[in-house]
Design a protein around this ligand. Structure first.
Ligand code: FES
Length: 179
C-alpha cells in the first residue's frame, strides 16, 4: 500500500482499530510507552520500535493507532515505517534467511544468491513465502566479511554461501513445513 491509499483507508481502519485494540494488552503497553514519551512526535521511531517488539510487525491497525496517538497523518507514520529496513509491515515467517548485501558479500556473490531465490522460489527481500515458512531479508554488513558471502539462517551466521547452498537450506525449511 502506498501513503495515499494508507490515508484513504484511514477512516475504515480507525473504526476497525477501535474495535480490535480493545482488550488487547499489547495496545495498553504501547499506549503507556507513548505516554512515557509524552506523545512527542519526534519519538515516532522509538515508538515504532516498541510496537514492532510487541506485535512482531507493524500491521495497519498499529500504524493508525500510533498516528492517532501522536496526532500525525497516517501517511507520515507509514512513510517512516517503510523507509527503515528494520521495520516490517508483514508478519515474518517461521524461519528467517538474511542475505548480507554489504560490500564484501556483494563482491563475492550475494546478488547471485538473491537472484537465484527470486527465480527458483519467487522469494524477494522483504517477502515471506505464501505458506508462512520463510522470510527473506537483507542486511548491510553482518560483521562477518572474512567469510563472505555470509547468510544468517534463523540466528546462525554461515559463511561461504553459494546460490545452491542457500536454496537447499530454504527448500529444506519449505519441505519441513509441508509435512
Ligand atoms: S559485507 Fe557481508 S558480512 Fe560484511
Amino acid at each position: 500500500m502506498n501513503p495515499t491509499s494508507a490515508v484513504q483507508t484511514n477512516n475504515t481502519a480507525k473504526a476497525h482499530s477501535a474495535t480490535t485494540t480493545q482488550g488487547d494488552k499489547r495496545f495498553k503497553i504501547l499506549s503507556a510507552h507513548i505516554k512515557r514519551h509524552q506523545y512527542q512526535q519526534n519519538a515516532l521511531i522509538e515508538i515504532l520500535h516498541k510496537a514492532q517488539e510487541l506485535f512482531g510487525y507493524l500491521e495497519n491497525d498499529v500504524l493508525i493507532y500510533i498516528a492517532h496517538a501522536l496526532k500525525l497523518p497516517p501517511s507520515r507514520v507509514y512513510g517512516v515505517a517503510t523507509f527503515y529496513h528494520l521495520f516490517s509491515l508483514a508478519p515474518s515467517g517461521l524461519h528467517t534467511c538474511v542475505v548480507c548485501t554489504g560490500t564484501a558479500c556483494y563482491v563475492k556473490g550475494a546478488q547471485a544468491i538473491l537472484t537465484s531465490l527470486e527465480t527458483s522460489i519467487h522469494l524477494r527481500p522483504g517477502e515471506t513465502s505464501p505458506d508462512g515458512q520463510v522470510s527473506l531479508q537483507t542486511a548491510r554488513c553482518l560483521g562477518a566479511c572474512g567469510i563472505a558471502p555470509a547468510v544468517v539462517f534463523d540466528k546462525t551466521v554461515i559463511g561461504y554461501q553459494t546460490p545452491e547452498l542457500v536454496l537447499d537450506h530454504i527448500k529444506g525449511w519449505l519441505k519441513d513445513g509441508s509435512n
